[in-house]
Every structure is written in C-alpha cells, then in structure tokens.
Design a protein around this ligand. Sequence first.
Ligand SMILES: [Zn+2]
Length: 58
Amino acid sequence: MIFIHYEVNCTSCKKTFKLFEGEEQYKQLKERKSRLFYCEGCKHKIRFDTIRNFFSYY
Ligand SMILES: [Zn+2]
C-alpha cells in the first residue's frame, strides 16, 4: 500500500517530517490554508503550553 505524503519543515523546530493524507495539516497544506506546520513533538508541546497557560490564567 502506497501512502501519499508531503515532506514539510516544522515551523517550530525546523525538522523535516511527513504529512500523510487524512491528517488535518495535510488538508491545510493541500488547500493552502496554512503555511505553518508542526511535527508531532511540537504539536504536543504547544498543546501542553496552551493548557498550562490556560490554567495559570486563573
Ligand atoms: Zn517540531
């Protein structure tokens, strides 16, 4: 089975990673809605920071 994918650079850590068909960021790339892409590691980090900021607000 062949997976269609694009290789993109992570906006945060500049690491090259693959976007596979069906992923949210793949759709954004294809429809050119976004030019900012984050690898799995950075996505988790950003999500964690968002939650932490959310809680420190209260
Ligand atoms: Zn990254």
